[in-house]
Design a protein around this ligand. Structure first.
Ligand code: BTN
Length: 284
């Protein structure tokens, strides 16, 4: 272990070794400090770690976000977790790896709704947004990385960062205007351990379909949580058209000027005009 890595002995009031049994997972490594939980989880996955292997950190010194951005969170207040997922063997015709980050996003949205009782929107491809009477903004982000194939021997590391206990002054410059936390949203502390338990339950619900096209009921839930739907959007800073939903393979459908329909597989998407996205609670 390098100097930048320090394993924790206890986490959220329990010795670390107890969490494996509490969450019923094959293994859990919890760090007081680590570079990036995704890097550790990838190393474990490459060495054959089974699905539901967990890596958690109180502090990341090299936390990564999408598109090469850094992901910052102060020590001990965010849930910084990477989960090894192993999609099963799939027919090539039924293989839709672009659905994986959105399935993870749905699991996070549902878990947060269950634990904090607030509605959560999922902005393609992987931003979790909230808007309550007290606050609005980005609550969580997801970075999925891995080595995939249809033979059932690949892996995905789902790296999830949820702003749980940050107060208003605790966000890094550059994200302070757009980020928010569960504490700011509901005015009381939320247990990170409870969030992990809810997250694992929600991930287990879609395990069988991981990497396959979305069925109609999931498309419906994605539409209900979609803050972009029907709005003018920019993609990587360029005016692009109107967001028209998410396709069965996880791509973003955009109606461009002139009516042409485009399917986006990557990019940073923003609403052209800021407005309310008023998320509703979708899942009971
Ligand atoms: C994003 O919104 O850009 C994605 C952010 C993902 C952050 C999480 S925190 C746990 C895991 N480890 C990392 O280095 N990144 C992910």
């Amino acid at each position: 272990m390098s100097d930048s890595e320090l394993l924790a002995r206890s986490w959220e009031g329990r010795p670390v070794e107890e969490w494996r049994g509490v969450w019923n997972v094959p293994s859990v490594a919890i760090y007081e400090r680590v570079g990036s939980t995704n890097d550790v989880a990838r190393r474990l996955a490459e060495a054959g770690a089974p699905a539901r292997t967990l890596v958690i950190a109180d502090l990341q010194t090299a936390g990564r976000g999408r598109a090469g951005r850094a992901w910052h969170a102060p020590a001990g207040v965010a849930l910084l977790i990477s989960i090894v997922l192993r999609p099963g063997a799939t027919d090539a015709a039924e293989w839709a790896p672009g659905t994986i980050p959105l399935r993870v996003g749905l699991a996070v949205a549902r878990a947060v709704e269950r634990v904090a009782d607030i509605p959560v929107a999922l902005k393609w491809p992987n931003d979790l947004l909230i808007e309550t009477a007290r606050t609005r903004g980005k609550l969580a982000g997801i970075l999925c990385e891995g080595s995939l194939g249809t033979a059932g021997n690949g892996y995905v590391v789902a790296g999830i960062g949820i702003n749980v206990g940050q107060s208003a002054g605790e966000f890094a410059p550059g994200i302070a205007e757009t980020a928010t936390s569960l504490r700011l949203a509901i005015g009381r502390p939320v247990s990170r351990a409870e969030l992990v338990a809810a997250l694992l339950e929600e991930i287990a619900r879609f395990d069988d379909g991981l990497g396959t096209p979305f069925p109609p009921e999931i498309l419906e839930e994605l539409a209900a949580r979609d803050p972009l739907l029907g709005h003018e959007i920019t993609v990587d800073g360029e005016q692009r058209g109107v967001a028209a939903g998410i396709a069965t393979d996880g791509s973003l459908i955009v109606r461009e000027e002139g009516g042409h329909i485009a399917y986006l597989h990557s990019g940073t998407v923003r609403l052209s005009e800021s407005g309310t996205f008023a998320p509703r609670k979708v899942h009971p």
